[in-house]
Ligand binder design. Structure first.
Ligand SMILES: Cc1cc2nc3c(=O)[nH]c(=O)nc-3n(C[C@H](O)[C@H](O)[C@H](O)COP(=O)(O)OP(=O)(O)OC[C@H]3O[C@@H](n4cnc5c(N)ncnc54)[C@H](O)[C@@H]3O)c2cc1C
Length: 540
């Protein structure tokens, strides 16, 4: 096996070689025209759901369980269910499964279109650990700690921040930051560290992932009523550097900002991740060139025969004997019907409200579910980005003061021969309270608009970037991530929406957690199946 040190050495050599090349290129190249495209999910099928016009189904079939939606939650449900029955179907609207964790590729590398990393998980979800062992991400144990496969741990150098015209190591602002602000940042991080070790009066961890296992102690739950901004103010944190950093962290996990993230959710970012490894520091992440799509491929490996893609579910109802589900099979251009003993809706709530028969009397305020829109751009370059002072190109590259997340280098995890070409994945959440307006604006924006937004930001550290772009592709996620706005996670709507209907229709999506991350989606998926098993709905 190649050691981590060798990986690192190799990356450094490649980076050094490409920066020399870049200096040479800068002196002679002029910006050239390059192809730019706007890509995105299957808009035609999505539109059909909104129009609601479908013919009577012409064919029928049945199954023990039907899973709707093939994102992480749906795939996790399917993986777990397969242990108990062979008679189930997963219907997915897209050309393939993966949901927000899908990826693309070109001649240089695979790259993510959405989710790109998984922090080292703690021990709260044994099923997640079991899956990581199946996928050989965890290869064994040493001194009771998991040993992670070196190929999947983020190689060094991990992250850098462009601040005061310098690339510093790590993303907590430090370079050129006044003493008083540094102290405030340290005080904040110490407070978050304290939260990590705290337990509530119920004996549970104060902040845990999955969040369902976090303490319900009122002392902590009360933090859901205030925003992260209020939390900072109440604790005397005023440093603009700290505020930017915490805002960045809210955007990273939730696509939201200081003002519209609940403090309870925001503190989870810092205090809930307690994973440890025998062969890596606990702040290491698991990542792949194609991001979490690698995990998608592992999840669906043995599930292909149960999955039907390009199928739009448009109606779900409960009957005396189970459920009926109607769907449009785009390949056959036909509507079809499935009857099952139970259905799992691994679809977001803005979709569910259109699927469920109104007779099911589920009068919920779906407007409580707010989704942050995102734009993700994959930018192909003919040289590696290294031209400014400080830390070399990292896996994660963040720009201080920006409201983007910066970019991830998709070739960072490549092993073997590196050429100077690369693809960077630029992440831009669209924060703000009026998500509907933001979404409409995002859908109206052209590829030129997105190029301008991304390049204006990227030119700050990389003045010459346009000389090196070979291709610019962007993807707009209208409903990218559920926003944990104050009051949402502890609110009635989320609790009621999670409850099964007539013990037949179950819900599993990261929405149900109020936090859109891999661990939550995975948890929601297998928990929904466990509930079905507990109700003895399957003859196993
Ligand atoms: C830009 C971006 C970056 C992210 N980065 C990270 C990250 O780095 N790490 C991380 O952990 N998380 C990240 N996330 C969060 C990510 O959303 C979750 O990790 C996870 O992938 C969510 O899975 P899910 O199954 O809950 O939902 P989804 O991915 O939303 O899956 C729902 C599925 O249902 C399907 N569907 C919808 N309607 C229908 C219908 N009517 N019929 C049939 N199928 C239907 C959809 O096509 C989709 O496949 C990111 C999200 C975005 C948008």
């Amino acid at each position: 096996m190649i050691s981590r040190r060798k990986f690192v050495k190799h990356s450094m050599q490649a980076a050094a070689g490409s920066s020399l090349l870049l200096s040479a290129l800068q002196s002679c190249k002029q910006p050239a025209a390059y192809p730019a495209t706007l890509v995105g999910p299957n808009a035609r099928l999505g539109h059909m759901l909104r129009s609601g016009k479908f013919e009577e189904p012409s064919e029928g079939s049945n199954a023990d369980v039907l899973i709707i939606g093939g994102g992480i939650a749906g795939l996790s449900a399917a993986r777990y269910l397969k242990k108990y029955t062979d008679n189930f179907i997963l219907l997915e609207l897209g050309d393939e499964t993966g949901g927000n964790a899908i990826a693309g590729s070109n001649a240089i590398t695979a790259y993510p279109w959405g989710a790109h990393y998984l922090p080292l998980p703690g021990n709260n979800d044994p099923e997640l650990i079991a899956f990581l062992r199946e996928a050989n991400v965890i290869t064994g144990y040493a001194n009771s700690l998991p040993v992670y496969n070196e190929y999947h741990l983020c190689f060094d150098p991990k992250e850098r921040l462009y601040i005061n015209n310098f690339w510093q190591e790590g993303i907590t602002p430090r370079e050129g930051v006044p003493e008083k602000d540094r102290h405030e940042i340290e005080r904040f991080l110490a407070l978050m560290h304290d939260y990590k070790d705290q337990r509530g009066s119920d004996g549970r961890e104060a902040f845990a992932i999955p969040v369902a296992l976090s303490s319900q102690d009122k002392k902590y739950i009360a933090l859901d009523a205030i925003s992260m901004e209020q939390f900072l103010a109440q604790n005397g944190f005023t440093s603009p550097y700290l505020r930017w950093y915490v805002n960045y962290c809210c955007a990273d996990d939730f696509g939201s900002s200081l003002t519209d993230t609940s403090a309870w959710a925001g503190i989870h970012y810092f205090a809930s991740r307690k994973g440890k490894a025998a062969n890596a520091s606990s702040d290491t992440v698991l990542t792949w060139p194609e991001g979490n799509y690698w995990l998608v491929k592992q999840l669906r490996k043995d599930l292909e025969k149960y999955i039907k893609t390009n199928t739009l579910v448009y109606a779900v109802d409960a009957t005396n004997s189970g459920v009926t589900v109607l769907y449009f099979d785009a390949a056959a251009n036909k509507t079809k019907k499935i009857t099952a003993q139970a259905a799992v809706l691994a679809t977001p709530q803005y979709v569910n409200q259109r699927l469920l028969n109104p007779n099911l009397k589920r009068t919920l305020d779906y407007s409580a579910f707010q989704y942050a829109p995102w734009m993700v751009a994959n930018i192909t370059l003919d040289a590696s980005l290294d031209e400014r002072k400080g830390e070399k190109l990292c896996w994660d590259n963040v720009i201080y003061g920006s409201d983007s997340l910066g970019y991830v280098n998709a070739t960072h995890q490549q092993i073997g021969f590196h050429n100077s070409h690369t693809v960077i994945t630029y992440y831009k959440p669209l924060p703000g309270r009026d998500v509907k307006k933001l979404r409409e604006q995002a859908y109206r924006s052209t590829i030129e608009d997105w190029k301008n937004i991304a390049l204006q930001d990227l030119r700050k550290p990389h003045r010459q970037i346009e000389n090196h772009i070979k291709q610019f592709d962007a993807w707009v996620w209208g409903h990218g991530m559920i926003k944990p706005v104050p009051g949402f996670i502890t609110g009635e709507t989320r609790a009621q929406t999670s409850m099964a209907i007539q013990d037949k229709i179950y819900f599993a999506h990261s929405d149900m957690s109020g936090i859109s991350i891999f661990e939550e989606a995975f948890y929601q998926g297998h928990i929904a199946i466990r509930k079905i098993l507990e109700r003895n709905l399957l003859k196993v």
